[in-house]
Design a protein around this ligand. Structure first.
Ligand SMILES: C[S@@+](CC[C@H](N)C(=O)[O-])C[C@H]1O[C@@H](n2cnc3c(N)ncnc32)[C@H](O)[C@@H]1O
Length: 348
């Protein structure tokens, strides 16, 4: 009861600050922990939440989300449509003290500064490079039991490995034992190759003799292929014959992958700029009014392991951006379940 009151006061102060700065006012539902289910196994916060793929995975592992941050208004719209809660905005403006207590921090901090398709400015990127330090600030301030950070595989090799080394050392220094591995979503029951680095940490002092064991999930032997998910006679996603002739198949370097009902394989990574017609890596479907079309919303959801009933209330361009930026839900779920096993070993 006392805790609820304190949270309400903090929430009021936070909202007043937002009003003062004339920022967009957002619904303060996420601090209201009284409305939350009581039978959860652990609580978590969802940072750089996107549309909530990580939240879906952690909820499936028994978690309860108590705070979310995502500043993109289009992602916020999708998030709210599915979870009934509008995320808080810019994480750099949120103090640790304004965030309620929680067990696990989850952050898929922006990967553009480290991605091979970006300029790879890393920590030097003016606005996105230092967001890891906001994550660190929150971990340091909240002393949560564990965390999961997710990013592109390129993070490991960025700046000859120095960026990754800095991240690992910083996490170690604030008292966490860190485990990391690159996992490919293709091994977790989706028809897409998507390699991402998963960095998992546990607070050392919570474990007897600081003895912490954690195993990344094995994955499944059952491969899932794209042909199973392709819709038939789709209208409205067609690529014009002009675009096909003058762009997609024009240059020698164009290597789009064309799939149809016989394509018994896993496609390449869905990128957030897919709608801009990725000549080099894009996957297109032999179907539709012009004989070739883009992947549909249903197909994108299947590729990312989202449930069929996941609502995407935004434009098609935003849908591709949101799905291409997201995590693959079954991978997150598998990692989350392994984390729960380790957390169960915390000394009483
Ligand atoms: C790589 S995406 C993560 C997507 C998410 N894991 C998902 O499953 O949809 C990074 C997200 O961080 C958000 N972001 C970037 N800077 C932010 C900031 N300062 N505060 C809050 N969100 C931010 C972006 O809008 C983007 O949606």
């Amino acid at each position: 009861m006392v805790k609820d009151k304190k949270e309400r006061i903090l929430q009021k102060m936070f909202m007043a600050k937002i009003k003062q700065k004339k920022q967009k006012i957002i619904t303060p539902t996420l601090f209201d922990t009284s409305k939350k289910k009581k039978n959860h196994e652990f609580t978590f916060i969802d940072l750089f939440a996107g549309v909530g793929g990580t939240r879906l995975g952690f909820e499936r592992a028994g978690g309860e989300c108590v705070f979310t941050s995502e500043w993109d208004s289009s992602c916020q719209k999708t998030y709210q449509a599915n979870f009934g809660e509008l995320p808080y905005g810019d994480i750099t403006k949120i103090k640790e003290t304004e965030i309620p207590a929680f067990d696990i921090l989850i952050a898929g901090f922006p990967c553009q500064p480290f991605s091979s398709i970006g300029k790879r400015q890393g920590f030097m990127h003016a606005t996105q490079g230092t967001l890891f330090y906001d994550v660190l600030r929150i971990i340091k301030g909240k002393k949560n039991k564990a965390f999961l950070l997710e990013n592109v595989g390129g993070l490991v090799t960025h700046d000859k490995g120095n960026t990754f080394k800095t991240i690992l050392e910083a996490l170690d220094k604030v008292g966490y034992k860190v485990f990391y591995k690159i996992l490919n979503a293709a091994n977790y029951g989706v028809p897409q190759h998507r390699k991402r680095i998963y960095i998992v940490g546990f607070r050392r002092d919570l474990f007897k003799d600081e003895n912490i064991e954690f195993e990344f999930p094995e994955g499944t032997n059952n491969k899932d292929y794209i042909n199973k998910y392709l819709e038939k006679d789709v209208k409205g996603y067609s690529i014009s014959t002009h675009l096909q002739k003058n762009y997609l198949f024009k240059k020698k370097d164009g290597r789009p992958i064309i799939v149809d009902k016989n394509s018994k394989f896993q496609i390449k990574t869905l990128v957030s700029s897919y709608h801009k017609i990725q000549r080099l890596t894009g996957t297109f479907v032999k179907d539709g009014e012009t004989g070739l079309r883009l992947l549909t919303e249903k197909e994108c959801k299947a590729i990312m392991g989202f449930p069929k009933n996941f609502i995407i209330p935004v434009s098609r361009t935003q849908m591709y951006r949101q799905m291409g930026n997201s995590v693959v839900v079954p991978v997150i779920e598998a990692v989350a379940k392994q984390m729960v096993k380790t957390l169960s070993k915390i000394k009483k």
